[in-house]
Design a protein around this ligand. Structure first.
Ligand SMILES: [Cu+2]
Length: 166
């Protein structure tokens, strides 16, 4: 009996260690649970007008976690902007109006996606250090709650291409 137990121990302990290793590595930077969709048209950064130095970026984040876990977008930054905030759109004080609100994080539902788009959740860039006219490459770092920072670059586009109307 004790021999069986000893065998069971020697067999199972390394297995547990290996499993733990897989789970841990799955949570680390090597195993991103969240990915920014990067095909053409998936990312849009609105070009600025006049002396405006604030703009918005729209993109899609997909939840790749096979374990049905909700993840979050928790931050963003750009070397070309003083700050980048995560914004949502809520009802304004006057009926029928909408206003933007800064939030700490946004949910990326299990097996689902978070869509940042005009008139809803978006990334807001403040104090752009360069003129973000159309066709300027903007670098963005997007951070999700799995600790992964993804660097993306996108070309600024006109309001209409970003779906904002003229
Ligand atoms: Cu905003």
């Amino acid at each position: 009996m004790s021999n069986i137990r000893a065998f069971a121990k020697s067999f199972f302990l390394p297995c547990i260690a290996i499993l733990a290793g897989i789970i841990l590595s799955g949570c680390g930077p090597s195993g991103a649970m969240v990915k920014v969709r990067s095909a053409e048209g998936d990312i849009c950064v609105r070009a600025t007008k006049g002396d405006e130095n604030t703009t918005a970026a729209y993109l899609v984040l997909d939840n790749y976690d096979p374990s049905d876990t909700e993840w979050f977008l928790v931050g963003a930054s750009s070397p070309q902007a003083g700050s980048v905030e995560i914004h949502t759109v809520v009802d304004g004080e006057t009926e029928g109006t909408k206003t933007m609100q800064k939030v700490d994080r946004l949910s990326i539902p299990p097996q689902g996606s978070l869509v940042l788009a005009p008139r809803r959740e978006h990334l807001m860039l403040f104090d752009a250090s360069i003129e973000l006219r159309a066709d300027v490459t903007l670098n963005l770092t997007v951070e999700s709650a799995d600790g992964v920072q993804q660097q993306i670059s996108a070309t600024t586009q006109s309001r209409s291409i970003c779906g904002l109307g003229e």
